[in-house]
Design a protein around this ligand. Structure first.
Ligand code: ADP
Ligand code: MG
Length: 258
């Protein structure tokens, strides 16, 4: 089955978001299909995090809609609506989406294994044994099979971020969002996290990745999106956007990485 034949996991239509009088998202349209890896590039302040936060219902949108696997998670009204939603309803809508942040935010008093099964057992009510089996498989997948009894403080930043990825995957999301997952890491630890993410991309996980790691975009992305000033300036294959950018703003941004 070709990628274009599958229906979108994410459909964002004319998404708008303001903070006070400042319009941060000025009509974002983006479709992500099953198995696709989309890398979002763009300067600081261009609205990348806000867009991911809107997808994951951490922010409400002021206009447009966001559909995740056909479920409408968008709001065409004001901010307050999100806070009016029952927490169970927010959780239900968020169920299909996993998110990995710059800061890993693992629970410090829980072991690696406990961190990973917390969601499936505590939130989703899964049988503990089933959750443990999956957690072990995921730890193997992120290269940390031997660390299930460690506490976060005993791990390097790169290992903690890989646990955070396993924890997000444990909820079996249909879409994974990564917001600068390697930006907080010491340079020597960046590669192991990117390698894990590249493997997940190759295995067909559907991912939207905000990163400044151009080499990751080149290797792992099916599509690269360049955002600036709250709009998508251009998008295409890595070859198109990174090697042959059509817009001056894209060229100026990429020039910093040469
Ligand atoms: P990026 O992730 O591309 O660096 P962000 O989405 O974090 O950009 O921010 C886009 C703009 O929105 C910035 O000008 C930022 O200051 C502003 N912004 C983000 N979050 C908030 C907030 N909660 N309240 C007010 N302004 C915000
Ligand atoms: Mg950001």
């Amino acid at each position: 089955m070709t990628i274009t034949a599958t229906r979108p996991v994410l459909e964002a239509r004319n998404v708008r978001k303001s903070f006070g009088h400042v319009e941060v998202l000025k009509g974002i349209d983006l479709e992500v299909r099953t198995g696709e890896t989309v890398v979002v590039l763009g300067p600081s302040g261009s609205g990348k995090s806000t867009f991911l936060r809107c997808i994951n219902l951490l922010e409400s949108v002021d206009g447009g809609r966001i559909l995740v696997d056909g479920n409408d998670v968008g709001y065409e009204v004001v901010d307050e609506r999100l806070h009016e939603l029952h927490p169970n309803e927010v959780a239900r809508r968020r169920r299909d989406i996993g998110m990995v942040f710059q800061q890993f935010n693992l629970f410090p008093h829980m072991t690696v294994l406990e961190n990973i099964i917390e969601g499936p057992v505590g939130v989703r009510g899964e049988k503990k044994q089933v959750a443990i089996e999956r957690a072990k498989r995921l730890l193997e997948q992120v290269g940390l099979a031997h660390r299930e009894d460690s506490y976060p403080r005993q791990l390097s930043g790169g290992q903690q971020q890989r646990v955070a990825i396993a924890r997000a995957l444990a909820m079996e999301p249909k879409l994974m969002l990564f917001d600068e997952p390697t930006s907080a890491l010491d340079p020597e630890l960046v590669g192991e996290v990117l390698k894990t993410m590249e493997e997940l991309a190759n295995e067909g996980l559907t991912m939207v990745v905000v990163t400044h790691e151009i080499s990751f975009a080149r290797e792992a992305a099916d599509r690269v999106v360049f955002m600036d000033g709250g709009v998508i300036v251009e998008q295409g294959t890595p070859d198109q956007v990174i090697d042959n950018p059509q817009h001056e703003r894209t060229r100026a941004f990429l020039a910093r990485f040469l």
